[in-house]
Each structure stands twice: as structure tokens, then as C-alpha cells.
Design a protein around this ligand. Structure first.
Ligand code: HEM
Length: 537
């Protein structure tokens, strides 16, 4: 049964002291005082006003008044599950990460799937990207693989993320539309950002309306680094391959399901796990030797590009099984805090400017979303190994650190952690050689926005291509500003002229005889784009 399996999981065991079963107990206050009547407030006389003195009423109501926390600024709607990960064969050639080298380990995981744009109560079936965030509770600390169900992203530089999200979220004056990309602000932004074209092809494809969370691929998107015990590094892209295969619904089905059961994906995941039908994914890696960094005609640091599997095959190195539903949605799924900066020895970052910006954003937002600097002490966020450092105090501190000192170096002794040195092991950033000038311009190696968009479109079967055409007609058909529709047709001509022609026909527009700006690798396709290409080197 589910509970038997979960007993073997170190994280579940670690959570146990925080769980609470009130069944059959007497009701009492938060200070432990037994309550003798939970149905009536204290009044001045049988029909009189409620008394300020009623501390039992006030405590209950005050707690209720504070039950909500801000929803995530993106990925607000999600569903979580516990599980385990096991590596098939030691990956020590590439990485020293214990959970990827020790084949005897079953590493506990907590996964949260999500939509991106909608609010907490929005439908599961929106046309949207899906988040696929995995927290590995490893023996060397927490590793978070905070991915999506699409392998690329809208933008190349994190500085554009607030603009992207402002464009995709409901419009600020009337908060319409909820959880849909079918509106002027979204397509206005997209049509002015040619770098988003590859992602738009994925977003308009069947990938954006999954049949089930259990039937989605996952991707780390960025190129990461593996580092082995000899401090040798290689590049790595992470993939999750669902053992149930990849399946989608048709748009017409999605709209009907949204009306009848907006919890469709949440319910599907919950019921599959409750009935012992545990969903499974294999972890895949694409490995690129450091020496091959510049071998491709795209930049490994550009998150709008994939590494085609024909060039670098995906090796399946382990399996994740989700085998236990959370006990409490708020305590676990809502309070979980993923962060791309949670890495363990053996895994490191690259200079992808999107990845680099995310390293700042997650902790920053969680400081407000989860109420201060101690959110790592919330049960679902704690590592399975004890935490020893000199960080202290702050709102809602749970740990009672003993001893007189909390600094290092330290000659007074007492209860303080020893200073970590390189000799003692621990995380050591990869010593990548840097010799460069500080600049703000985008790298020229990021300027080809259309080759892979066309690659994706052309990889689709005839019905799948038709779905992309239909999606673009539907979404752009909701855009009021004709100039935006026309600008999108211009972008589409750079992907595929037939695609552009079909969408234009559906919208009653003309296709420009020639693309307004011919495809010109190395130059942004639209003059309104807010950066200038560097002069030729
Ligand atoms: C959630 C920022 C790009 C995947 C979030 C959150 C923020 C954020 C602030 C809310 C976190 C919270 O409240 O706990 C950013 C920024 C990005 C970016 C600034 C780019 C500059 C991406 C990309 C991916 C991604 C490229 C996928 C590879 C996710 C996922 C979640 C999330 C899966 C939900 C995590 C959960 O389930 O709690 N992001 N994000 N994000 N982001 Fe990003």
C-alpha cells in the first residue's frame, strides 16, 4: 500500500513528527486550554452583543483571517506528490553527486506540477506551459530540478521576465483574461520579441494541453554543469521521460473539460496515486564535453534552443516513482519552495543569462511569499540531514540553537559548527576561467531566432501542424489590435510560409509577399526590438 512504501522514505519519516491526527481528541485553543462550547460566542445576555473578552472566539477568528498567503507570482496553480528516485548505474564519470553515483540509494523526492499563468483557482486545462519541479532530498542536501514540460523558454535574458509575465497575465485594468494567452498584451509582446518564436511553436502545439501530468515530459531547459570527483566538468541538459508516454487532449476537449472539471489534472494525479497506479519517469541526460562547447550552430547558453537529440542522444540514467499523496495541500504543496540555486556537490551552473537571473528570483520571492528568512525550516522544505550554521533569528524561527556563540572564527568554543575548508569537502563552485569585459549587450551567438522554430514545426505530423494552425487562429482571433495580428503573420513567415498563409487566411489577413525583414542570422528580426546587434567582430 502507499503507506508501506512511504515508511521506507527518509523524508516521510522526517515529516512524521510534524503530522497531527486530531481524531477523537477534545478541542482546545492554541495555548492548550480545553474549550467547552465551539458553537456559541460569549455574549452579554441571551440576546446580547458579543463580548470583547471572548478570547476563544478572537483566537479562532484571527487565525482564520490570516489563513491565506500570497499565491506564487507565476505557477500559482499546482499539484504535488511524494516519491523516490533511483539511479540505474553510477554516473561518477560525469558527476560526484551521491544520488547519481550510489545505485543502492533511494532518494526521496517531492514533485510539484503546475500551470504558469493562471491564478490558484484557475483551470488545469489552460493552453499553457506546465511546471515540472522536483525536489531531491539527497544525503548531501537538497537538489531542486525546477523545470517545465517544454525544453525551451520565451526569453533569453532574465531581465525580460517581468515584462513577459506582465504581458501574459490578465490585463491590469480589468483582470481579463484569466489563464489564457489569447489577448492583445501577450501577442503584442511576443510579436515584438522574435526570440520567443521557438517557444511559441511549442505553446501553440499539443504539448500545451497535456492529457495528464503523468503523461508529460519534463526539461531542465538550461544547460547545467556536472562536475566529477576530479573536478572535471561537462555540460548537461536534464530530461524527464514519462513511462506512460506523451499524450495530449485536443483543444475542443480541453475547453469542455475546463468547464466540467477544472481539477482534471489534479484529480487524475491524486487518484492514480491513491489507487497504486504510481506514475514513473526516467531521468535523461544529454552530455556535452567541455571541449565541444562551441561545436554547435547555436549557443549552449541560450535557453531558446534545444540540443537536437540527433546530435546528442538522451541517456536514461534513473527512474522516479511518485507513490504517495501529500497529507495536507497547504503544508506541503503550497509551502514548498523550489529554487534553481539549490544544488549539491557534483551539479553546477552555467552562464546562461536566464539561469543566472533565476538564481536571484526564487529566494527573493519566497522571502515574502513564505513570510521571512526561516522558510527553509518549514517541514516540506527541510533537508533530510541536519542543518548546522551560524544563521540565527528572524521571523518564525523554529530551531532553538544552544550555546553562547554564533560566529566564526571562534576561540571561545561552545556549541558552534566548525568552519568548513576545502580539505573538509563540501560544495565548491566549478573554477571556470573568466576573462572578459563587463557588457550589457546580448551575445551575437543568441541571434538566430527562427531555425529551431522551423525545426520544431517541421517535426510535427500533418494533424499536429493543423493543431498549431488552429491554435494560432483561435488565439490571434481574440486579439483586437489588427496590427498585432499582422506583425505575428510577419513572424510566422520566418518560420514557415505555408503556416503563415494558413493562419493569415483564417484571420482574413494578407501574407506579405516576402518577409518584411529577410531572415538574417545574427540580426534581430524586428527593428522595434529593444537591443542593437553588436558590430561584427
Ligand atoms: C516558479 C521566476 C523561468 C520553472 C517561479 C516563481 C518565480 C519564478 C518568482 C515563483 C516561486 C515561488 O513563489 O516559490 C522565474 C524567473 C525566470 C523563470 C525570474 C526567468 C528569468 C523559469 C524557467 C522555468 C521555470 C525557464 C523552467 C525551466 C518554474 C517552475 C515554478 C516556477 C516549475 C514553480 C515551482 C513550484 O512548483 O513551486 N519562477 N522563473 N521558471 N518557475 Fe520560474
Amino acid at each position: 500500500t502507499t503507506s508501506k512504501l512511504s515508511e521506507e522514505n527518509k523524508k516521510i519519516a522526517e515529516l512524521a513528527p510534524n503530522t497531527e491526527d486530531s481524531n477523537g481528541e477534545y478541542i482546545n485553543t492554541n495555548t492548550g486550554v480545553r474549550i467547552n462550547d465551539d458553537h456559541n460566542s460569549l455574549k452579554a445576555g441571551e440576546r446580547g452583543a458579543t463580548l470583547m473578552e471572548d478570547f476563544i472566539f478572537r483566537e479562532k477568528m484571527t487565525h482564520f483571517d490570516h489563513e491565506r498567503i500570497p499565491e506564487r507570482v507565476v505557477h500559482a496553480r499546482g499539484s504535488g506528490a511524494h516519491g523516490v528516485f533511483k539511479v540505474y548505474e553510477s554516473q561518477e564519470k560525469y558527476t560526484k553527486a551521491g544520488f547519481l553515483t550510489d545505485t543502492s540509494r533511494e532518494t526521496p523526492v517531492f514533485v510539484r506540477f503546475s500551470t504558469v499563468a493562471g491564478s490558484r483557482g484557475s483551470t488545469d486545462l489552460a493552453r499553457d506551459v506546465r511546471g515540472f519541479a522536483v525536489k531531491f532530498y539527497t544525503e548531501e542536501g537538497i537538489f531542486d530540478l525546477v523545470g517545465n514540460n517544454m525544453p525551451v523558454f520565451f526569453i533569453q535574458d532574465a531581465v525580460k521576465f517581468p515584462d513577459l509575465v506582465h504581458a501574459v497575465k490578465p490585463e491590469p485594468h480589468n483582470e481579463i483574461p484569466q489563464a489564457a494567452s489569447a489577448h492583445d498584451t501577450f501577442w503584442d509582446f511576443i510579436s515584438l520579441m522574435p526570440e520567443s518564436t521557438h517557444m511559441i511553436m511549442w505553446l501553440m502545439s499539443d504539448r500545451a494541453i497535456p492529457r495528464s501530468y503523468r503523461m508529460m515530459e519534463g526539461f531542465g531547459v538550461h544547460t547545467f554543469r556536472f562536475v566529477n570527483a576530479n573536478e572535471e566538468s561537462c555540460f548537461v541538459k536534464f530530461h524527464w521521460k514519462p513511462l506512460l508516454g506523451v499524450h495530449s487532449v485536443a483543444w475542443d476537449e480541453a475547453q469542455k473539460i475546463s468547464g466540467k472539471d477544472p481539477d482534471f489534472h489534479r484529480r487524475d494525479l491524486w487518484e492514480a496515486i491513491e489507487s497504486g497506479n504510481y506514475p514513473e519517469w526516467e531521468l535523461g541526460v544529454q552530455i556535452v564535453p567541455e571541449a565541444d562547447e562551441h561545436k554547435f550552430d547555436f549557443d549552449l547558453l541560450d535557453s531558446t534552443k534545444i540540443i537536437p537529440e540527433e546530435l546528442v542522444p538522451v541517456q536514461r540514467i534513473g527512474k522516479m516513482t511518485l507513490n504517495r499523496n501529500p497529507d495536507n495541500f497547504f503544508a506541503e504543496t503550497e509551502q514548498v519552495a523550489f529554487h534553481i540555486g539549490h544544488v549539491v556537490p557534483g551539479i553546477d551552473f552555467t552562464n546562461d543569462p536566464l539561469l543566472q537571473g533565476r538564481l536571484f528570483s526564487y529566494t527573493d520571492t519566497q522571502l515574502i511569499r513564505l513570510g521571512g528568512p526561516n522558510f527553509q525550516e518549514i517541514p516540506i522544505n527541510r533537508p533530510i540531514i541536519p542543518v548546522h550554521n551560524n544563521q540565527r533569528d528572524g521571523y518564525m524561527r523554529q530551531t532553538i540553537n544552544r550555546g553562547r556563540t554564533s560566529y566564526s572564527p571562534n576561540s571561545l568554543g561552545g556549541n558552534y559548527p566548525v568552519q568548513s575548508t576545502v580539505a573538509e569537502g563540501g560544495f565548491r563552485s566549478y573554477t571556470e576561467k573568466i576573462d572578459a569585459r563587463k557588457i550589457r549587450e546580448r551575445s551575437r551567438s543568441f541571434f538566430d531566432h527562427f531555425t529551431q522554430a522551423a525545426l520544431f514545426y517541421n517535426s510535427q505530423s500533418t494533424p499536429e501542424k493543423q493543431h498549431i494552425v488552429d491554435a494560432l487562429r483561435f488565439e490571434l482571433g481574440k486579439v483586437d489590435t489588427i496590427a498585432i495580428r499582422q506583425r505575428m503573420i510577419g513572424i510566422l513567415t520566418q518560420v514557415d510560409r505555408d503556416l503563415a498563409a494558413q493562419v493569415a487566411y483564417g484571420l482574413g489577413l494578407e501574407v506579405p509577399a516576402e518577409p518584411e525583414k529577410p531572415i538574417n542570422k545574427g540580426v534581430p528580426a524586428d527593428p522595434t526590438h529593444d537591443y542593437e546587434p553588436l558590430p561584427p567582430q
